[in-house]
Write a protein that binds this ligand. Structure first.
Ligand code: AMP
Ligand code: GLY
Length: 423
């Protein structure tokens, strides 16, 4: 098979790595890719939102399966366009990717189908939102309805903060049209768990659990980022939690989408909060997490292409999804200043070490070639991942491997997986 992966981050590198292991695949392309993906795939300089070019490229190269890794092209309808051109694609169509593309939609869906989530109200008018907030309980959470690079969620401790938040989202439109509608949501406390799942329209099969670290700084301080590190599995995702979610969340979501005439095929990423009242949905994503994919996929035993084809064909019930009985930790190496302002073009060295060690991976996020030299090309530069027999060993291995890589302004959190010690 010939496979085309759409995206350029650490997640797409992890996907490419899994696809490269498949016996079914003899050629991988990536649009646009990065310097790490280029080791496994032929990268073509086509942007993920250049739908016409992607369709033309897939036709020209006779691609058998396109894997869309990123949220923007999924929400924008790339899968629909590929299908219309007769090209097989893994990922939800536009009418199903709305599960991630509109938080107001997903909240209404959960309410209608009794899927546990935080209480909320949707607003299209800033004055109505403010009137509601006057009598609300704080802290409270404001969410821009649409995609916002993971930045559209504001946790407000007081009415004054909420007032500023309404202005940011709905009046100043800092997240563009994503702020035309705003969700005001009850604040929840508890442990967060990411559960990624394969879905074929009817059947859902969950992968091993993971936990992300969204804030930039140690001790969960600083700004929200795309994710600074992950571990898998989560020790807090117990058998009881899994059973509860299986009964009230996973299948219920897939059934609800089907009932709405929006059958979902692809990845549903369940962002869960384990509250005192039980697990609740924080958010849905319509794709693999980044950097969740970097700890989940290396532990998967199945041929990923076989599983993805089963999702496309509606035969996922025949697949026995299996994961290794070990653990993995990913520490993101960023450029100091991320997520605000940071340098690019800094030479990266030490990457060859990863080839010498089994169970260690360096997934590229923001890198590119400058001639022969790999240089930084983004805020999140690399995701250093290591396996271990258990979480503590994996964490020690991952942090040891972060020392192999050198570049100016290298920044990382030093407490990825701290929660493991509290389990
Ligand atoms: P989201 O983009 O929806 O994942 O939100 C980003 C982060 O904001 C989540 O990972 C949580 O840490 C936090 N968050 C979102 N919604 C809530 C909520 N209702 N209560 C508490 N924290 C929340
Ligand atoms: N790591 C969180 C996300 O991919 O949305």
């Amino acid at each position: 098979m010939k496979v085309l992966i759409v995206g350029s981050g650490g997640r797409e590198h992890a996907i490419a790595y899994s696809v490269a292991k498949s016996d079914k695949v003899d050629k991988i392309y990536c649009a646009p890719g990065n310097a790490g993906i280029a080791e496994l795939a032929e990268c073509t300089p086509i942007g993920a939102m250049e739908f016409d070019k992607i369709v033309a490229f897939a036709k020209e190269k006779e691609i058998d399966l396109v894997i869309v890794g990123m949220d923007d092209p999924l929400v924008g309808g790339l899968v629909d366009e590929l299908e219309a051109a007769g090209i097989r694609a893994f990922g939800p169509r536009k009418n199903a990717a709305i599960l991630e593309g509109s938080k107001a939609f997903s909240k209404d869906l959960m309410k209608k189908y009794n899927i546990p989530t935080a209480g909320y109200e949707n607003f299209e008018d800033p004055d109505e939102a403010l009137a509601y907030l006057k009598t609300a309980k704080f802290p409270i959470v404001l969410k821009a309805d649409g995609l916002a690079l993971g930045k559209g969620v504001l946790i407000c401790g007081t009415y004054e903060e909420a007032e500023a938040g309404v202005k940011t989202i709905m009046v100043d439109k800092q997240f563009g049209t994503s702020g035309n509608t705003m969700v005001v949501e009850e604040f929840m406390t508890g442990r967060e768990v990411s559960v990624l799942s394969f879905v074929d329209g009817n059947t859902v099969k969950t992968m091993t659990s993971a936990q992300d670290h969204k804030r930039a700084g140690d001790g969960d301080t600083g700004l929200n980022t795309g994710g600074m590190g992950t571990f898998s599995p989560s020790p807090f995702y117990t058998k009881e939690v899994e059973e509860f979610c299986g009964k009230y969340i996973y299948q219920a979501t897939v059934d609800a989408m089907k009932a709405e005439g929006r059958p979902f095929k692809g990845i549903i990423f369940f962002g869960l909060m384990l509250t005192e009242e039980g697990p609740k949905v924080l958010e849905y994503n319509a794709r693999f997490g980044d950097p969740e994919a970097q700890v989940v996929l290396p532990r998967m035993k199945n041929d990923i292409v076989e599983v993805m084809e089963a999702c496309v064909d509606g035969t996922l019930d025949k697949i026995d999804l299996q994961f290794e009985d070990n653990a993995a930790v990913c520490v993101v190496l960023a450029s100091d200043g991320y997520p605000v302002k940071y340098d690019k073009g800094l030479p990266v060295t030490g990457l060859e070490e990863f080839r010498k060690h089994d169970g260690y991976y360096c997934f590229h996020a923001g890198t590119k070639f400058d001639g022969e030299q790999i240089v930084t090309n983004g805020g999140r530069v690399l995701g250093v991942t290591a396996k271990g027999r258990d979480l503590k060993e994996a964490r020690a291995n991952a942090y040891a491997a972060t020392e192999w890589v050198k570049f100016d302004n290298k920044y990382m959190r030093h407490d990825i997986g701290k929660a493991i010690d509290e389990a």
